[in-house]
Design a protein around this ligand. Structure first.
Ligand code: NAP
Length: 244
């Protein structure tokens, strides 16, 4: 199945590393004029070197005004992937206000803010568009020490439903992907120790973690017209974990 995004402009948040980085490069391969937004300058510099066609934007999504300027500077976006997130693990009894603020500022508030700016442009132009929010299997599964991350991703799932319902009449489709553990820097936070990773893999019916490409393939599909009737839903990319 060939996916082509000629004449489309795409924005990926958190494109400096991991899933977002791979996705930004694949959007370029599919013909989209691609804007890669992330926080660390050196990541963006190396991405630009690897893929000169990419437009890079340095921005800390925790800063509301900086985000406003950065997203508006991209122009008219047709395809948006809200991928940036933080994941810090704490036991429920040790949760701090800082941890809650950080997760909700980036994983939820910035997602609403960026989407609002992009969707207002889509509505004004009447051209429609597609938005994919990157959630997690942790939005639906209670994983040890994941409370704050998990709750922030549960908010992403409901935000996706709300956006899909309210933006659908403007021909804007909004969906979420819920990956299982995916081999990126973020996964090292919770799953680098085989004593934790092996029992988790044993609970996944396909008996393995996801590769970055497993997730970006699904995001590209959801962004494309091949998914023209899919809206306001959450798609697990979890090897069957959530069915167990
Ligand atoms: P990653 O390797 O840690 O990459 C996350 C990217 O987001 C980084 O480039 C990071 O930039 C950026 N980012 C974080 N906070 C930001 C901020 N305030 N402003 C701008 N950029 C910011 O993570 P990943 O594994 O690719 O995860 C991507 C998405 O998949 C996330 O939504 C995550 O929750 C989800 N997910 C991941 C897994 C997994 O196991 N990897 C599983 C399920 C869901 P800096 O490094 O410069 O901060």
């Amino acid at each position: 199945m060939e996916i082509s995004f000629g004449n489309k402009r795409a924005l990926v948040t958190g494109a400096g590393k991991g899933i977002g980085r791979d996705l930004a490069k694949r959007l370029v391969e599919c013909g989209a004029e691609t804007y890669a937004l992330s926080r660390t300058k050196s990541d963006l510099e190396s991405l630009k070197k690897e893929c000169p066609a990419i437009h890079t934007i340095q921005c800390d999504l925790a800063n509301w005004d900086e985000t406003d300027r950065a997203v508006k500077s991209c122009g008219d976006i047709d395809l948006l992937v809200n991928n940036a997130a933080v994941a810090e693990l704490e036991s429920f009894l040790d949760i701090t206000k800082d941890c809650i603020d950080k997760h909700f500022d980036i994983n939820v508030k910035a997602m609403i803010h960026v989407s609002q700016i992009v969707a207002k442009g889509m509505v004004a132009r009447g051209t429609g568009g597609s938005i994919v929010n990157v959630s997690s299997q942790a939005s639906k599964a209670a994983l040890w020490n994941h409370t704050v991350y998990s709750v922030s991703k549960a908010a992403v799932d409901q935000l996706t439903a709300m956006m899909g319902v309210e933006l659908g009449p403007y021909k804007i489709r909004v969906n979420a992907v819920l990956p299982t553990v995916t081999n990126t820097a973020m996964a090292l936070v919770g799953w680098s120790d085989p004593a934790k990773a092996d029992p988790m893999k044993a609970r996944i019916p396909l008996r393995k973690f996801a590769e970055v490409e497993d997730v970006t393939n699904v995001i590209l599909y959801l962004l494309s017209d091949k998914a023209a009737m899919i809206n306001a839903t959450c798609i697990p990319v979890d090897g069957g974990y959530l069915a167990t």
